[in-house]
Write a protein that binds this ligand. Structure first.
Ligand code: 4AD
Ligand code: MG
Length: 433
């Protein structure tokens, strides 16, 4: 008999099949039992009726403990009421292993701390199942988007000799008491070397920030996608970001409807993004918008989470804030020729309070200017020699950006806290499991 995954059951209507999986929940009376079964690909209800199977089969089935691993045999029946469209008329149940002690996740209303403490097994439940499948879809979409556009994936190291994004949130690593290195905050500087070798590259990997703040938008370890493109300037860079974000949203809307349903995500809030056409606000216009909403900020101030929320909530899709004050941003950003107090950069702010999804910029390509900036920022110039070399030999305007994977997943799934969208979150308050 054919062993079938739950996700493919609808191709086997009226056939007898077997499923290998786990028992997630059971309800039974003296005459009938309903077994909720999962196999990783999906969830399905199996129904077993006392007088349709041998007595010992029914007796065994109605007492299976939650999270026993099982193999069942049954006939696939169409069932309009079920989310998977089918149900299984069970004929036999084989128990592969029984729990050693009672499975701890039993109630619907366990608190967040309890579920996070039991993350290693909570991942089996329907909500994380839906979220992780959307995460997987987005990761695949990342690779498809860039490969369709002739980028190559280019891996940056995770141990770094220097800071990239400021020194306040660096994780320092002791190298046998002799020297130190830092965990990567961003692969960008290495992606720039890649762009001058391969023209279009993207890095994709975990990045680390020692954020002492305990907000719902910050993790110590998060994944970032960082494309870098030779000969691309600021406006083209924003267009690439817009196309990329629209592509990610479309992929999830098209391929992960069931998962969005499970999460009760209002997809009407995602649809505008699929059409692109994001508003581009200058930093100065963003300040004016904030002032209109009662938040006066002095020119040059960075935005905090509440400001990003106000701006994000003013639009039905992500919004760019471009052309920031030079002094507010990183050392490597290219200033405007006619106004060196501003740099050619952008933050892409998500709607619904999800904050900054992308940060991007055109990079300084002039040798002297870059050297000057490194000095102004008091960065150790020896460690940047190789990076400066990129401006010595065949330098060209180039741009790139970093998309925070977890921020983007959180927004697309409508999940409020980033800890839920990565399998094992790393935060100030959580290192276990
Ligand atoms: O804006 P950031 O700091 O940009 C960079 O690192 C650039 N070097 C990227 C580049 O141009 N190649 O970070 C990029 C994105 C943010 O917009 C945000 O989505 C996410 O990374 N991010 C975080 N996500 C989760 N937890 C944190 N602590 C994050 N810090 C930044
Ligand atoms: Mg940023």
């Amino acid at each position: 008999m054919q062993n079938v995954s739950i996700s493919k059951l609808n191709k086997h209507i009226d056939q007898e099949v077997s499923i290998s999986g786990w028992l997630t929940r059971i309800r039974s009376s003296g005459k009938i039992a309903f077994l909720q079964i999962r196999d990783g690909s999906g969830f399905v209800q199996g129904v077993i009726v006392k007088n349709e199977v041998p007595e010992e089969v029914f007796a065994k089935a109605r007492h299976i403990a939650q999270e026993s691993s099982i193999k069942v045999v049954g006939v696939v029946r169409k069932d309009e009421r079920s989310p998977s469209g089918v149900e299984l008329g069970l004929k036999n149940v084989e128990i592969i292993s029984k729990p050693v002690s009672e499975y701890p996740i039993t109630k619907r209303d366990h608190g967040t701390d309890f579920l996070m403490e039991n993350r290693h097994i909570y991942l089996r439940h329907q909500r994380p199942w839906a979220i992780m499948r959307i995460r997987d879809e987005m990761i695949r979409a990342v690779h498809d988007f860039f490969h369709e556009r002739d980028f190559i994936r280019f891996d940056a190291p995770f141990f770094m000799p220097t800071a990239v994004e400021g020194t306040s949130n660096l994780f320092e690593i002791d190298l046998f008491g002799e020297d130190s290195a830092y965990l990567s905050q961003s692969g960008q500087l290495y992606a720039e070397a890649g762009a001058l070798a391969f023209a279009k590259v993207y890095t994709f990997g975990p990045t680390f920030r020692a954020e002492k703040s305990k907000t719902r938008r910050h993790l110590l370890e998060f994944w970032m996608v960082e494309p870098e493109v030779a000969f691309l300037e600021h406006l083209g860079n924003m267009q690439l970001q817009e196309d990329f974000m629209a592509y990610l949203v479309k992929r999830v809307l098209n391929n992960r409807q069931r998962e969005l349903d499970i999460l009760e995500r209002d997809v009407a809030l995602l649809e505008p993004t699929a059409a692109g056409k994001f508003t581009r606000l200058s930093y100065d216009d963003a300040l004016k918008l904030l002032a209109k909403k009662g938040e006066d900020l002095p020119w040059g101030e960075d935005f905090g989470a509440p400001h990003e929320t106000i701006i994000g909530n003013s639009f039905d899709r992500p919004v760019f804030i471009e052309s920031w004050p030079t002094k507010t941003k990183a050392f490597y950003m290219q200033p405007y020729d006619d106004d060196p107090t501003r740099v050619k950069c952008d933050d892409l702010i998500g709607p619904e309070g999800y904050g900054e999804l992308i940060g991007g910029s055109e990079r300084i390509h002039d040798y002297d200017l870059l050297k000057e900036r490194i000095k102004e920022h008091n960065l150790p110039s020896e460690a940047f020699d190789w990076y400066i070399d990129l401006r010595k030999f065949g330098t060209v305007p180039h741009s790139g950006f970093g998309l925070g994977l977890e921020r983007s997943i959180a927004w697309i799934t409508g999940v409020s806290h980033l800890r839920e969208v990565i399998p094992f979150p790393r935060m100030l308050t959580r290192m276990y499991p």
